[in-house]
Ligand binder design. Sequence first.
Ligand code: FE2
Ligand code: FE2
Length: 326
Amino acid sequence: MRLAQLNDKIIGRKLEMPVFSSEGTTILSKDSFLTERIITRLKQLGIRTVYIVDESYEDVVIQELLDTTFRLKTIKTLRQIFDQVKKKKNLNPYEIKRMVSDISDNMSISENSIITFDNIGSNDTDICNHSLNIMMLSILVGIARGYNSLQLADLGVGALLHDVGKLITDEKSHPEAGFQFLRMYREFSATSYICAYTHHENVDGTGYPRKIKGDQIYDYAKIVSLCNEYDILQSSNSFLPHEVLERISADVGKKFSEEHYKDFIKVIYCYPNGLPIKLSNGTEGVVVMQNKNFPQRPVVKIKNAGTTNYVNLMESLNLFIEAVAF
Ligand SMILES: [Fe+2]
Ligand SMILES: [Fe+2]
């Protein structure tokens, strides 16, 4: 399989993975053939790339960080929880804690795991998908930082509920509102609800609501802030993963903490498996596998006039990925 951009070039190709709406209904099943009409429809849903069947690249490793069926089930429950916050201004803290531990237990963590942004239609205002993504990404960063299971659980709760204030009030006041709401629950740790309060603060003091900076911002909030930006840019469908990372890295030291960015970059994929790329020596290939902690240097499969070879960018240090070659 390989990743392909949605355009005329893939008319007649077969889908490798099913496509779902952000509400969880199946829009297209695996093995569906792509027609012009289907491609237009997928674009309208905010989908930009799809995995298609390609026999030349059948060894591309794709591991979903969270199995799609489990993900969709979780989103459904989360939607009910958030609806209740909206309507009745309450939630069950034990249900949240259980959900965080269930998600963590079900995450398939490996360097080849990806969050499948690509097969679920996005809806900019969908706080459920957003919150779940931030939670999973934050947990990955927490693991890279060597957190223990209690720390991971608190970080997970804080990340899952970081935007809960948006269900109560407007965009501008959501950090404060989320903080006031969550701290009513003694079951939550202060380190969790501090994420809601400070995830829009910047390390240089230009954020909101309190304009605190540097060490005044708690670790977990710095992690949530990075993951928040990543998910927003990634699901805007305007950028590919490596472009998202370029934008985030430009804000390190201003918006984001350098120390936390170093751990963040270890767990995020830059060039997803299946992505067609061009190397600095002009050859073209497809990313087949990741190297742990080095997302910029994956293993690339090159097919040239009947010959196949693999370039491990961790070994061929003189080469780098020059461009994405859709
Ligand atoms: Fe927010
Ligand atoms: Fe957010």
